[in-house]
Design a protein around this ligand. Structure first.
Ligand code: IVH
Length: 589
């Protein structure tokens, strides 16, 4: 015999499912009459058993217009890319952005700017077809995101059906899902009492809640949604300004922020920034800065996008919390490309719930700029609330620097003892050992065979280290020459796993061009640019002979990346390596 609570839960699930078929798939399984009957039954049961349901009161279809969606699709491709925002951390950064928009657009009159709050949550794309919500998708890698439709449908501010007129047939609404400060505290207090998982901040809480497997739990979390833009798919945008677009969103029934203002100069932007900075404590949700967007759609289109950011918008971030600690030592790490990175070892401190004891000092110039010595007291903050950074050295009459020791940059690589060289004035130093340097060799091989590269299952860092230790491999080509008799004598490798690894290696010989380009590990060429290059040239030999003017034509590849690409393929060692590799692999479409 089922308990009343179980009956209610089962009924809720049923209704959510039928609503999903109706609203999302346009394929109702039961008649409207039967649906209404189920809803009535549920309402009656809930009415009579209010006390039973306190913790799950919000998660009923009787509260939410709509329904559950079964995640038969784990990921969904965005119809238009979901870009992120470039950041400005101070006035100078912001002024550089302004200068750039004037320069790139060629506009001499003042460009109108739309300033908004930068809500600290997670980005969500809502795909509406003929005005009905089809999918809610997280940003993911900007191309493909996670399908969170079921859970998003439980957010009251996300309508299942849009209001009003002139709704584009296929529309992607973009906005932020977030949790109010009060709900976050309430949720964590509840979790503490019930020894449940605690979230370190409201952003993580919102993300965790949106990704719940059980949508009734998401529903209890009282998530909010605020839209900041949209894209029409296969249609024409007739709004002339961003503000006009925001008003359209509002008329369609989706909330937008009411803190948005238009500015006509950097002075006006700075005063908005300061006003919001002081006002943020009074807001009932967290923000981490403001977003400044070119208001005119025509100028937005003139400026276009880079591969990751629109050139017409910038996130102007608030400074994060700063703390003081002691610099205990500096070590030097060797990266995949041979770059030597000084790492500050600090007396551990906590900033916004995260313990910090190691901080990158980037390069020689950075150490010089800060005037840093071992033993100094330093101010540390988290750039963009994420990356820890030493801001400055504390020098006051109370703190003596007499015991501080100068940081000596090594002349030889700490791993392979090859000479360290400086390639440019930017301050970066490199180990000249190439693949002879164990650190470079290990990391290059890891990168080469990683998921986005050759993607060989069973060839992770541990296995790669074993193969290096046995002198079986020192370059990626060696992996394609491995024999079973070599593998079975390795520790913890049986005949079965050795065979599997060889099968995987053989499978990986058929590789897509973009994955091959990624695997090469050209400085600054990640997944997105590798795809861009492969789409543009479609042939590894053409890429190997590429000239600067060819690269200049590609939007999304700036002068620094172009230079890295040219330098990489001009290097005779790289050329020889690729030619040799091509004897072992086959490039597929
Ligand atoms: S515009 C192409 N506007 O900040 C436009 N983003 O750090 C891209 N965000 O991924 C986004 N408030 O999740 C925009 N008013 C706002 C925003 C906002 C918060 C988030 C968004 C984005 C992230 C970038």
């Amino acid at each position: 015999m089922k308990s009343t609570k179980d009956k209610i839960i089962l009924l809720r699930k049923k209704i959510f499912y039928y609503a999903y078929l109706y609203y999302t798939l346009d394929a109702p399984l039961i008649s409207d009459y039967e649906y209404d009957e189920l809803m009535k039954q549920l309402q009656e049961l809930e009415q009579k058993n209010k006390n039973l349901l306190i913790p799950i009161a919000n998660s009923s279809p009787t509260n939410i217009v709509g329904s559950i969606n079964h995640p038969e699709l784990k990921t969904v491709t965005h119809l238009t890319s979901m870009l992120s925002l470039d950041n400005a951390f101070n006035r100078e950064d912001y002024l550089k952005f302004e200068k750039k928009i004037y320069k790139l657009s060629g506009i001499i009159n003042s460009i109108e700017l739309c300033c908004e709050l930068k809500i600290d949550g997670l980005a969500l794309s809502l795909l509406y077809k003929q005005g009905k919500l089809k999918y809610a998708i997280t940003r993911g890698d900007g191309k493909v995101g996670e399908n969170v439709t079921v859970n998003a449908m439980t957010i009251k501010s996300i309508p299942l059906i849009l209001n009003g007129e002139n709704i584009p047939p296929v529309l992607e609404i973009r906005g932020e899902v977030f949790m109010k400060k009060y709900d976050f505290i309430k949720m964590n207090t509840y979790a503490k009492n019930y020894k449940d998982k605690l979230f370190s901040n409201s952003r993580n809480a919102a993300a965790g809640s949106l990704r719940q497997k059980d949508s009734t739990i998401s529903a209890q979390r009282n998530l909010m949604f605020c839209a900041y833009g949209y894209n029409i798919v296969n249609g024409i945008e007739d709004s002339t300004t961003h503000l006009e677009k925001l008003n359209k969103i509002k008329n369609w029934g989706i909330p937008i922020s009411n803190h948005t203002v238009l500015c006509n100069s950097s002075q006006e932007v700075f005063s908005y920034f300061n006003k919001i900075k002081h006002h943020r404590i009074l807001l009932d949700f967290n923000i981490d800065g403001i977003v400044v967007k070119v208001n005119s759609i025509k100028i937005q289109n003139l400026l276009g996008n880079s591969s990751r950011y629109p050139r017409w918008a910038i996130a102007f971030k608030f400074k994060s919390i700063e703390k003081v600690t002691k610099l205990l030592n500096v070590d030097f790490q060797v990266g995949r490309t041979g770059v030597i990175t000084p790492i500050a070892r600090l007396k551990p401190i906590e900033i916004s719930g995260v313990k910090i004891s190691n901080v990158s000092l980037y390069n020689k110039n950075e150490i010089k700029k800060i005037g840093l010595c071992i033993g100094d007291y330093v101010t540390v903050s988290r750039v963009g609330d994420v990356i820890p950074k030493i801001i400055n050295v504390i020098s006051s009459s109370h703190i003596s620097r007499s015991n501080s020791k100068k940081i000596i940059f090594p002349k030889d690589c700490p791993i392979c003892h090859s000479l360290i060289i400086q390639k440019s004035k930017l301050g970066n130093s490199y180990c000249s050992g190439g693949f002879k340097c164990l650190a470079q060799c290990q990391q290059s091989l890891n990168h080469f065979f990683s998921k986005k590269g050759f993607n060989i299952k069973g060839l992770g860092p541990k296995m790669i280290n074993k193969l290096i230790d046995f002198d079986y491999i020192s370059t990626p080509v060696d992996v394609f020459r491995l024999k079973i008799k070599q593998l079975i004598i390795l520790k913890d490798v049986g005949l079965h796993s050795a065979n599997n690894l060889l099968k995987e290696i053989d499978r990986s010989r058929h590789i897509k061009l973009n994955q091959l380009i990624y695997a090469l590990g050209i400085v600054g060429i990640g997944e997105v640019t590798a795809k861009l290059l492969s789409m543009y040239f479609n042939d590894i030999h053409r890429i190997m002979e590429v000239q600067l003017w060819d690269l200049k034509k590609i939007s999304g590849i700036g002068p620094i990346l172009a230079n890295n690409i040219i330098m990489f393929f001009n290097d005779k060692r790289n050329n020889k390596f690729i030619k040799c590799l091509l004897n072992h692999i086959h490039i597929i479409n």
